[in-house]
Design a protein around this ligand. Structure first.
Ligand code: SF4
Length: 151
């Protein structure tokens, strides 16, 4: 299929093989890459934590307490395991993800499950993996983007 006819979808960059995870490794999922190709999708890789200004590797981080909606509302914060706040980076990454979707007419995102940014059904709060979305997933859902979690 011609490149112009492929449907753009946002994808967590680590799922496509970029070593952008907090610990400096990737989460390549070949089955996802194959599925996107079979469905005529053009993956647009994006890492909200790197885009927000956090380097790789970086300290593990999580929503301190509450949930991603509260982070977006300014009622909760994101902290590293060392206790340093990094809320602004997470919110910036989420905003940039939405902007990329708008710029590319993207209506669907495939995001890494469990991440404090990308998690769709599960994220990290207080150092534990819990039910609920990460900050970027919540931002996209709010704006009408379909998000699918990939574990
Ligand atoms: S922020 Fe998202 S794209 Fe970046 S490493 Fe974490 S899960 Fe992957």
């Amino acid at each position: 299929m011609a490149e112009a006819n492929l449907k753009p979808v946002l994808v967590s960059a680590c799922l496509l093989g970029r070593a952008c995870r907090y610990d400096g490794v990737d989460c390549l999922r070949p089955i996802l890459v194959e599925r996107l190709a079979a469905e005529g999708c053009r993956p647009v890789p994006f890492c909200p934590e790197e885009a927000g200004g956090l380097g790789t590797p970086r300290p593990a981080a999580w929503i301190e307490r509450g949930d991603a909606e509260q982070v977006l509302e300014g009622q909760a914060v994101v902290v590293t395991h060392e206790g340093e706040e990094c809320t602004d980076a997470f919110r910036s990454g989420a905003d940039q993800a939405l902007q990329i979707c708008r710029d590319n007419s993207i209506e669907r995102a495939y995001l890494k499950e469990g991440s404090p940014s990308c998690g769709v059904c599960q994220t990290h709060v207080g150092g534990e993996r819990v039910d609920g979305p990460g900050v970027t997933a919540a931002r996209l859902v709010r704006s009408g983007i379909e998000v699918l979690g990939v574990d």
